[in-house]
Write a protein that binds this ligand. Sequence first.
Ligand code: RI2
Length: 306
Amino acid sequence: MDRVLDTAEKIRSMEIRGAGRIATAAAAALRDFSRDLQVQSLNEFDIEMQRAADVLLMTRPTAVSLSNAIRLVMKYRVDDLESARRAVIENADRFIENSQKAVEKIGQIGSRRIRDGDTVLTHCNSLAAISVISAAHKSGKKIKVIATESRPRFQGITTIGMLDKLGIETELIVDSAARSVMNEVDLVVVGADVITANGTLVNKIGTAQIALAAREARTSFMVAAETYKFSPKTILGELVTIEERDPQEVLPGIAQYKHVKVRNPAFDVTPHQYIDLICTEAGAIPPEMSYLIIKERLGWEMEEDG
Ligand code: RI2
């Protein structure tokens, strides 16, 4: 269990972060846990695996990639212990491999929307969004990126580091400068933590303001998201929980103010009307088609509710 607890702590503290990365880290932790699990019966295996899955599930409440990954890894319907172990290992390896392929494919598809000479704005640090930008750059298009800082955790600094390594011309702005630069931007590309059945996007705090600014400036707004970022339970009307993190992340000295409370929601909600396109490994779709992704790609059945 140590490895599972260690991964869970790294996800909680955001040492491992990004919706895709936490999903693959959880899959790998379950795989390794199942491999080393010393039990005598399938029943004991089921109980221990579920315990580990629950520990991982509780780490970050918003990103549906985590629960989708865990659900896929835990899908083993077999009659004996060793087959169960094998199935978990295969499921996890398949999920991790598919996740990497999906990010690449999203890059190929999404980069077609970027033209030579375009300026692209991105927010936070999304591997899927960076895959789109990097594929456009690698195909020879001359592009410029504007990256937001993404307070309070400054994931934008990770983004500019990655873009710099790729040799892409990049400008860093404070989050509140998004509207000021929007008239220079041809396309906004962001990642996703959750996409609901009606195409609503839940992503890093600040995304909704950027989408609003993009709409007002008539700038295209694209979401880059693997299909496991879509939330099956939203078909049943379930609302997405928005994670509120420690106020210390925003203002370490908050304790000195007696009447002030710092709010630190990690994500916000962008309505589907503000989104031009969601680029997935299954193709670039309008947000209104999200329901079909859930039904056809995630293979999620109503009876799995619970
Ligand atoms: P990829 C991140 O969440 C950001 O909100 C980002 O847009 C999203 O995950 C998707 O990232 P956080 O973990 O999966 O920084 O595309 O809170 O890498």
